[in-house]
Design a protein around this ligand. Structure first.
Ligand code: NAD
Length: 485
């Protein structure tokens, strides 16, 4: 398997929040890996810009430590790390004041290359940064901004944020990151659907029984308690990540694989989502486990009504999907870390074989993490004598096994998305209207909980949510897929 790395133009990437957790864990180690892969052309620069008062040498030390800790052990020839560090600059800056802006402007003055500004800071600073980039003459046609989640906390705040960015940047310059879209398997989902003749004819209400999307985490709220208590699983996971996965699995084939066409089709899915009835949603809050406090203690609010788990049944009112349930669930402190989309096909309408009490149906599983890959369950004859006995076996396409080293160690989602920003490809980024449509669907659900004073059901840490979540499917004669590590 020959790796085909597409070169990018030289660029200047300014990371606002370049000393923060996200920059240290994901962005900088990701850039280093791209550097090792030969994707950082001569002249490309990375400029950390954050509040800490440090010099370039101090920043390089911090980045070197971050790469050693979070670089995933990617071996790089001796001296490569130093060569990468030579590309780094640092500016101590205040998004809300004047400190540092003239230094940044000086650094960028003669830049003739692609200029990307990564807003890896609290969302409350996004508008300030856009405003100051503009007032210092840094927001020109050649510049792009990358905006982290959360993008608003409801429709009103998302609209306000879109409006404040739009004052200084055109939509074509705004890259709203959802790192789920950068995952190899998520893009493979589109390749499988639209690159084969096999699946698309079956991808509809006539042949699909239902679809499940599970994003399960084993961790709790960790150090993000204060933020998470104001957010909850619905805002933190469903409105963005699960919604994006739902769009990709349910959308109509776009005419072309280009940003406008793909994002138009995703938007149509969100607009076709049914209003979710309260009895089609289950909220949960994790109880204490052997090694962890309960949710309320973790967020520091003994009366918190925020959900750490949500499961729901969602319908899409369009020709392709009418009547087919999509079951979504996500939560913290679940039994395993696992993200999977499963398409369960309908049973055969007639069997020529003797019934054996088994539910032989095709199931397509698209696994996002860990062990990215796609599995198709098919029914075959059990080998050996003794008549025709049926057995279900997986047709397994583990990327690591099928594609060798390159496929087994694909770029991390952040690496891929940053390179897409440099290339100017917005396909895997959320458009402003998509984000607003997702909030317009999510808001009434959250408002309903608030109005009813809804209290999430407790569930055991290490389980897969409250038993009501199982009931949600049992009522329809279905069961959740096992959450496999
Ligand atoms: P953090 O608190 O670790 O870092 C914040 C950074 O912002 C620091 O570099 C700090 O110096 C800088 N900063 C703070 N105030 C500033 C100001 N006035 N002017 C200039 N710089 C200032 O935060 P984080 O965890 O790195 O998160 C950054 C953003 O990424 C947030 O929007 C967060 O929601 C989002 N995000 C983070 C993660 C994650 O895993 N950490 C995941 C998804 C999204």
């Amino acid at each position: 398997m020959v790796s085909r790395i597409i070169p990018v133009e030289a660029f200047d990437l300014v990371i606002f929040g370049g000393t923060g957790d996200l920059a240290r864990r994901k962005i900088l180690p990701g850039l280093f890996r791209r550097y090792c892969a030969g994707q950082m052309p001569d002249g490309a620069r990375v400029i950390g810009a954050a509040r800490s008062d440090m010099d370039a040498a101090g920043y390089k030390d911090m980045v070197a430590d971050a790469i050693r800790e979070f670089g995933g052990g990617r071996s790089c020839e001796d001296g490569t790390l130093d060569a990468f560090l030579d590309r780094l600059h640092y500016v101590a800056i205040d998004a809300r004041g004047e400190t540092g802006w003239s230094e940044l402007t000086d650094l960028m003055r003669d830049s003739v290359q692609v200029r990307a500004y990564y807003f890896s800071v609290a969302p409350s600073l996004f508008g300030d940064l856009a405003e100051r980039l503009h007032s210092h003459g840094l927001a020109d046609d050649q510049s792009r901004i990358v905006v982290e989640k959360p993008f608003g906390r409801d429709l009103q705040t998302a609209r306000a944020l879109n409006a404040s960015l739009a004052e200084h940047f055109d939509e074509s310059q705004i890259y709203r990151i959802d790192h789920y879209l950068g995952k190899e398997t998520v893009q493979n989902l589109m390749a499988v659907r639209f690159g084969n003749t096999l699946f698309e004819p079956l991808w509809n209400a006539q042949y699909v029984d239902h679809i499940q999307i599970t994003v399960a985490e084993t961790v709790g709220v960790g150090g993000r308690g204060e933020y998470y208590d104001k957010s909850g699983a619905m805002r933190d996971m469903v409105q963005n990540h699960l919604m994006q996965l739902l769009c990709l699995i349910a959308m109509e084939p776009p005419a072309k694989f280009d940003p406008g066409a793909v994002r138009d089709e995703k938007l149509k899915v969100i607009r076709a989502l049914d209003k979710v009835e309260p009895h089609h949603i289950v909220r949960g809050q994790y109880a204490a486990g052997p090694d962890n406090p309960d949710f309320r203690e973790a967020v520091g609010d003994a009366r918190s009504k925020t959900e750490s788990f949500v499961a729901m049944k969602v319908g899409i009112s369009n020709w392709r999907w009418a009547g087919i349930p999509f079951y979504l669930r996500t939560g913290k402190r679940m039994s395993a870390r696992s993200s999977e989309i499963t398409v369960v096909f309908k049973a055969r309408n007639h069997s020529i074989f003797e019934e054996d009490g088994e539910d032989h149906r095709n199931v397509l599983s698209i696994r996002l993490q860990p062990n990215e890959g796609i599995t198709m369950k098919v029914t075959i004859k059990e080998p050996g004598p003794g008549g025709m006995r049926l057995v279900d076996v997986p047709l397994d396409m583990s990327f690591a096994e099928a594609l060798g080293e390159d496929g087994g160690d694909p770029p991390d989602a952040y690496e891929r998305l940053i390179m897409d920003v440099i290339r100017g490809n917005q396909t895997l980024f959320m458009r402003g209207d998509e984000v607003e449509a997702a909030w317009a669907w999510t808001d009434p659900i959250i408002d309903g909980w608030t109005a009813r004073g809804d209290v999430p059901k407790p569930y055991d840490s290490g389980s897969n949510g409250p038993t009501d979540a199982d009931q949600l499917l049992a009522r329809d004669g279905r069961i959740w897929r096992e959450v496999r590590p």
